[in-house]
Ligand binder design. Structure first.
Ligand SMILES: [Zn+2]
Length: 294
């Protein structure tokens, strides 16, 4: 899907940064003057994505950044299904760090918001190489499921970000499998704490700021379900999401309703049963299951 034609609407507003859920770093500023570029998809008053830039961006920077997010978003929709809601994408200027995208977050509401802190001097390859935009766009494929289930939403977005990268031709399925197998297994020592279950241990790790450990550790839930779906039904987790976005996105109010919907789509209780392992069994069991799917 293309969002090519756009008209400029210059508005200035103060935007307050409220949530940040995808990076260890804090946002670089709490308020900024922003200009809006409205991207018309179907009709002017029926927008799908609106791009809003902080005022430091030059006009020349904006088109490249829009076409980058457009590419990632189109790949996300081809992978995870059509997003049937509007999204406001906020670009904040940050050239302080030596990376293309230094921070990202989503904020849920009547209009879903995606915040990206970007270095305008980064080229398209550098922007596409960064994990943050596909990670944040992945978050939006399900509704808000609550801070208490952050392990699930971060594992979800961490798993799906490189599924989008596969669609963009940046990595192969074999490379994906190898990256996630090793990164998940690398987290095993941090997770094995006596009889503590995976979810409790994730909360403990979050409280110790071990974000990367939980992000990849929790991707295990989706790695296991994806492998099981592929081996037993010849489909992938992303195929479940394509159906989910059509039937159920926006209806589910919590994690239980979300995984129940996933189960209904596949006609099995695999998501619920796997959740019981994460809730009730020692975390070591999860890593034993991952080993079975090497
Ligand atoms: Zn995240």
């Amino acid at each position: 899907m293309k969002y090519a034609s756009f008209t400029l609407v210059f508005l200035t507003l103060n935007y307050l940064m409220i949530s940040c859920d995808s990076s260890n770093s804090e946002p670089v500023s709490n308020g900024a003057n922003l200009s809006i570029i409205q991207v018309d998809e179907v009709a002017e008053d029926d927008y799908k994505i609106k791009y809003i830039f902080s005022e430091e961006f030059k006009e020349d920077d904006k088109e490249g950044l829009i076409s980058w997010v457009d590419s990632v978003f189109s790949a996300a929709e081809r992978t995870l299904g059509t997003y049937l809601f509007n999204i406001d994408v906020y670009f904040y200027y940050n050239d302080a760090q030596n990376r293309a995208v230094s921070f990202g977050s989503t904020k849920r509401g009547e209009v879903e918001k995606l915040n990206l802190y970007v270095n305008p001097s980064a080229n398209l390859d550098e922007l596409l190489d960064d994990w943050i935009a596909p990670h944040e766009i992945s978050h939006l494929a399900i509704g808000a499921i609550g801070r208490d289930n952050k392990w699930f939403s971060e594992g979800f977005a961490t798993f799906l970000s490189r599924q989008i990268n596969m669609e963009l031709g940046l990595i192969t399925q074999a490379e994906f499998d190898s990256i996630y197998y090793h990164r998940i297994m690398d987290k095993k020592e941090a997770y094995i704490n006596g009889e503590t279950n995976f979810i409790e241990q994730s909360k403990l790790l979050f409280s110790n700021n071990k974000y990367g450990t939980v992000y990849y550790g929790s991707a295990s839930y989706f790695y296991i379900i994806d492998k099981k779906l592929f081996e037993e039904k010849g489909i992938r987790f992303k195929d479940v999401l394509v159906e989910y976005q059509k039937c159920c996105r926006g209806n589910d109010k919590n994690l239980l309703e979300t995984i129940t919907a996933f189960d209904e789509i596949i006609g099995e209780n695999w998501f619920t049963e796997l959740m019981k392992v994460y809730r009730q069994e020692p975390a070591s069991i999860v890593f034993d299951m991952i080993k079975e799917y090497k």
